[in-house]
Ligand binder design. Sequence first.
Ligand SMILES: [Zn+2]
Length: 80
Amino acid sequence: MIELTLEEFILWVVCGPLVGIGLYCVFVGLSRRSRKKKAKNNVICCRVCGHLYQDWTREPAPRCPGCDRANDRGRSRRLG
Ligand SMILES: [Zn+2]
């Protein structure tokens, strides 16, 4: 049998749920951040005409519906 004093018991009863809630908040924050990043990656701004569009395919360079030019996902590091 585990012997606990009243202070130790109260500490376990209070700190156990707090640690659980903290871990849950961290998990929810990380999953929300991941969802935002995925959604942001699907919004593409055409580099030629400036048209904003969404693309849910996995193509690395989806075509703009306005001018039919292929655009890279995310930030482009091309110079020209
Ligand atoms: Zn375009």
